[in-house]
Design a protein around this ligand. Structure first.
Ligand code: SAM
Length: 195
């Protein structure tokens, strides 16, 4: 995973081509179908657009991001809603609350080794209530060339690590949902339940 300064610099210089267009229809459907409860932690919340959409869909969002630059921007975007914001490295974060849902968009595919992926999955699991849902949107390595400079993974790099901690419920391919839709790319929408 890139370090904090990488992400801070991206937000300072507005070099953030990954900006989410918000909660996609696939995510809404997965969450409605599989979630049990309404508290949701968004890991890597970025500008906070998805926090707003999660709130609009009757969920109680908390956003965490390693970049204080991102959290400052997210404070403005989420000013009109009830959302908790935390600036911390998710892996190191000492959380004292369990959630019904963990949601992340554009975070997992940045994990660069099996060890990092395992640590991430373990941490997600430890943040969830029993039967908690993890919904993750991950850019696919099978993507088209438009967004070539960005990370992506093969599905096996998700499934092979995740199954130790989670039961796989649903995996669907769809467009990522970029604000700049001309650059949109194939992604995996993954819903898994804590074992
Ligand atoms: C590709 S961006 C996606 C942002 C947002 N989810 C979106 O789709 O617009 C990844 C985000 O994850 C954050 N991030 C990276 N590593 C993190 C970590 N260890 N803990 C918390 N946030 C992290 C970055 O600061 C960045 O905002």
């Amino acid at each position: 995973m890139e370090d904090k300064s990488y992400w801070d610099n991206a937000y300072i210089h507005l070099k953030t081509p990954w900006i989410s267009s918000g909660l996609s229809q696939i995510s809404k459907k997965h969450i409605k179908t599989y979630a049990q409860g309404s508290s949701v932690l968004e890991v890597g919340c970025g500008y906070g657009h998805d926090l707003v959409d999660l709130y609009s869909n009757s969920l109680n969002p908390t956003g965490i991001d390693i970049s204080d630059q991102s959290i400052e921007k997210a404070k403005k975007i989420t000013a009109e809603i009830e959302a908790d914001l935390v600036c911390d490295d998710f892996i190191q974060w000492e959380n004292n609350k369990l959630f019904d849902i963990v949601y992340d968009k554009g975070v997992y595919h940045n994990l660069q080794s099996p060890a990092e992926r395992d640590a991430f999955c373990h941490k997600v699991s430890s943040c969830l209530n029993e039967n908690g849902l993890w919904h993750s949107i991950i850019i696919s390595s099978d993507r088209s060339q438009k967004y070539e400079s960005h990370a992506g993974i093969f599905l096996q790099d998700f499934v092979s690590i995740v199954e130790a901690y989670f039961q796989i419920l649903d995996i669907q391919k769809g467009l990522y949902g970029l604000r700049n839709s001309a650059n949109d790319v194939d992604s995996w929408y993954c819903s898994v339940r804590r074992r």
